[in-house]
Ligand binder design. Structure first.
Ligand code: TYM
Length: 349
């Protein structure tokens, strides 16, 4: 019997430049999943989500196009993946209303991202910020995917989506299947300035942006907070990249004081594995050396991206066409699911 190609879906908010957390937690994985040929891929630009934060309407459409350029510059290909814009598909907001009727308020109040954002933008704690995870559940479930590639910070939102699946199916009959998160080996990249916190657009001073020029990369890495101790005691294995990264992830939990050093070393393992392996074998973790090698490796790794993005930004029409074409394709799936849902919940004539 022919089995269906598993579908994956993920989204990113258009709210400024992407940082290497977005890249290592999500975007790099999107490209690998796309190129593996094993999945039917949907990647969305979450513009409705992005307007729940303070923003300038004059810059939003440029931010959307910039994110399309980011997608294409890292290697997403509209011939292989459906790249689309949330606000071009009205079925998302329609289904969000329906899902809001099966989502307990208590679940929403538990969301750490809501609490975090509400504590940062105290003058704009809008209802959209509160119901944000409902719309995210729609973004996912309306396409009925199996897997959702995201960074660690999105796990709670995916749990809520599965909670909605269970409640909806129980009330209206089997309609949605639970989804599984797909994490990378680096699902939590920490801030360069405050390694106890994740790297986040809300604190640009701790971010390394994908479009940073080599001089900036060098300056930022040199200033990055390392740790007062070396990593000798962590027992990193002189094994393959995955083995080292999972040991780093484990050490993150057990040694909060080492997070700065671990974060830098994690980047080194990804961007210059050979150099990292040499350091592990020699058991000499000198942060000055780690930083120097890392800055060089990162600048080289991102060179093609920087060049390609500059080129793509010059052609806004191609970027717009990508979104319009991808959204028309995505809308067919969204519309079929909404029709099914309306029948299930009794909203048909
Ligand atoms: P957003 O735009 O904040 O982030 C996009 C992706 O980047 C990951 N990420 C990180 N990964 C590792 N380390 C970090 N420091 C780091 N910072 C960000 C995020 O986990 C995410 O995968 N709510 C979502 C957008 C969204 C969405 C969706 C995602 C809307 N609808 C449907 C998946 C499915 C968000 O704000 O991501």
């Amino acid at each position: 019997m022919a089995t269906q190609t598993p579908r994956i879906l993920s989204g990113i908010q258009p709210s400024g430049k992407l940082h290497i957390g977005n890249y290592l937690g999500a975007l790099k994985n999107f490209v690998e999943l796309q190129n593996s040929g094993k999945y039917e891929c949907f990647f969305m630009i979450a513009d409705y989500h992005s307007i729940t934060e303070d923003y300038d309407p004059k810059t939003k459409s440029a931010q959307v196009l910039e994110l399309v350029a980011d997608f294409l510059a890292v290697g997403l290909d509209p011939d292989k993946s459906t790249i689309f814009l949330q606000s071009l598909i009205p079925e998302h907001t329609e289904l969000a209303w329906i899902f809001s009727t099966v989502t307990p308020v208590a679940e929403l109040t538990r969301m750490t991202q809501y609490k975090d954002k509400a504590s940062r933008q105290t003058k704009n704690i809008n209802a959209g910020l509160f119901t944000y995870p409902i719309l995210q559940a729609v973004d996912i479930l309306i396409y009925k995917p199996e897997l959702v590639p995201v960074g660690h910070d999105q796990l709670q939102h995916l749990e809520l989506a599965n909670d909605i699946v269970r409640r909806f199916n129980k009330k209206f009959g089997q309609t949605f299947k639970e989804i599984k998160p797909l994490l990378t080996q680096s699902p939590r990249v920490m801030s360069l300035g405050d390694p106890q916190k994740k790297m986040s657009k809300s604190d640009p001073s701790g971010c390394l942006f994908l479009s940073d020029e080599p001089g900036e990369i060098k300056k930022k890495i040199q200033k990055a907070v390392a740790s007062s101790q070396g990593l000798e005691g962590v027992g990193l294995p002189a094994g393959n990249q995955d083995a080292i990264l999972s040991k780093i992830e484990e050490a993150y939990q057990n040694n909060p004081a080492l997070q700065g050093g671990l974060n830098l070393f994690l980047l080194l393992v990804i961007f210059d594995y050979e150099a990292a392996l040499k350091i592990i074998k020699n058991k000499k973790y000198r942060y000055s050396e780690i930083k120097e090698v890392l800055a060089e490796a990162l600048s080289n790794h991102l060179e093609y991206f920087r060049m390609k993005k500059k080129e793509l930004i010059q052609n806004p029409n191609i970027l717009k066409e990508t979104l319009v074409g991808g959204s028309a394709h995505a809308r067919k799936f969204a519309s079929a699911t909404l029709t099914e849902v309306k029948q299930k919940i009794g909203l048909t004539l």
